[in-house]
Design a protein around this ligand. Structure first.
Ligand code: C5P
Length: 414
């Protein structure tokens, strides 16, 4: 049990396979939130409830949430040898809530349901969040079983104090889902960015023309969000400056604080405010190069003379952050390029690397079908002299891992 160590950061680019074991405590409903948060953090989640857990939360809830079928015994789908497959493939097993009964079975190696059988097969890190009545928790049998599991390397999240089932209260409550998720994610990855703060801008600015119209772009913010998660999974505190990022795409991670910025000027103000003391500033946001010189106070109506929209240039935020290094942070920029008859994507990327003065420039190819939204993307990472430091194709979350790895190695001078 729990003999395999957490994966090194180089392996963490893709989603991890996380098994959530749910046992029959009253707090079983909170496991649905744990599952949701882990999925939001970009992981593939499988839920393995015990039969008692299904008396608390319906099978359909778990199936619909995780997108995987739910089984409780090894006899549900014997030809698939589910307990071996799920257990062997897991990168992490989280049991929340863990009842005294299941804790005892884990301590003694009893495998009488799919969850306990899975735990016996798993070689990945295991974290359990016990929840039970105070008397059961304090009982010497439970405490001895907990000590046995800890000796074997299982991480035990201490239950908290508070209201239990019914009118009683005491030690035995399940920790909050966010706390469980933070502890679980910490086990998945080497915390090599612990103690560091990354400021990441994401999305696209919108420059108002009138109260209902704006000059904008097609950037969704996915890359910035993926970068924020990749950094947070490795222990960095992240300030994510979200420029018009859709609610559904926003990450929920205890180490990520989201700040709002709508326009280029608002983004610049936020970046300058957050930069001092940060270790890295990453500008993934697509910033409008121009903004209307003035916003009309009321909606521009048709049927009258078509308005002349005078544009003024926005500040180049990245260039400014790269030029004035009083903040002390490593500066990373993005270049979304299409290439044309006068130059390739890389030609334009190299020119931009020189012009911007950032420590790294992530060049990616964009177009009608490439680069924007939920599609694979190709990136080339250039340093300030235009030299290629990395080149990869894959999902945005895989690419985010590559970017964080490259920042890590270039900062260390590797
Ligand atoms: O010049 P271009 O828009 O292609 O540069 C892209 C990079 O510069 C991105 O990192 C973007 O966030 C940043 N940028 C900026 N301020 C601008 C325009 C772009 O910080 N006004």
């Amino acid at each position: 049990m729990s003999t395999r160590t957490a994966r090194a950061h180089g392996d963490t680019a893709g989603p991890s396979r996380i098994v959530i074991g749910v046992t029959g405590g009253i707090a079983a409903y909170k496991s649905a939130i744990v599952a949701r948060l882990l999925m939001k953090a970009g992981h593939d989640v499988r839920i393995v409830p015990t039969a008692s857990a299904l008396k608390m939360v319906g099978e359909s809830t778990f199936a619909a949430l995780s997108g995987h079928p739910i089984h409780t015994t090894v006899w549900d789908d014997p030809e698939a040898v589910e307990h071996v497959r799920v257990g062997v493939e897991a990168d992490l097993l989280v049991i929340a809530p863990a009842t005294a009964n299941t804790i005892a079975k884990l301590a003694y190696g009893i495998a009488d349901n799919l969850l306990t059988a899975t735990a016996l097969v798993a070689t990945c890190p295991i974290i359990i969040a016990p929840a039970m009545h105070t008397q059961m928790w304090n009982h010497p049998a439970t405490q001895a079983n907990i000590a046995t599991l800890q000796e074997r390397g299982v991480t035990v999240l201490e239950p908290t104090e508070g209201r239990l089932t019914g009118a009683d209260s005491g030690v035995g409550r399940l920790p909050e889902p966010e706390h469980i998720v933070q502890a679980a994610l910490g086990l998945l990855t080497e915390q090599d960015l612990d103690g560091q703060r990354y400021v990441i801008s994401a999305g696209g600015t919108r420059e108002p023309i009138d109260p209902v119209r704006f000059l904008g772009n097609r950037s969704t913010g996915r890359f910035g969000v993926a970068l924020a998660l990749a950094a947070a999974h490795r222990g960095a505190v992240v300030d994510l400056v979200a420029c018009n990022v859709d609610e559904a795409l926003r990450p929920h991670h205890p180490l990520i604080t989201i700040h709002e910025a709508g326009t280029a000027l608002e983004l610049q103000e936020k970046m300058l405010e957050l930069a001092p003391g940060a270790q890295a500033l990453i500008m993934t946001a697509a910033v409008a190069d121009f903004r209307p010189a003035k916003m009309t106070g009321s909606k521009v109506k048709k049927g009258r003379k078509a308005p002349d929209v005078e544009l003024v240039e926005n500040p180049d935020i990245l260039k400014g952050l790269a030029a004035d290094r009083s903040h002390g942070a490593f500066v990373v920029g993005f270049a979304a390029e299409t290439g044309d008859e006068q130059g390739t994507v890389l030609d334009y990327g190299r020119a931009k690397a020189q012009a911007k003065g950032a420590d790294l420039l992530i060049v990616n190819r964009v177009g009608e079908t490439a680069g924007f939204g939920d599609v694979d993307t190709t990136i080339t990472i250039l340093d300030s002299s235009g030299e290629i430091r990395a080149e990869h194709t894959g999902t945005k979350s895989q690419m985010a891992g590559v970017v964080i790895d490259t920042i890590f190695s270039v900062r260390k001078g590797v």
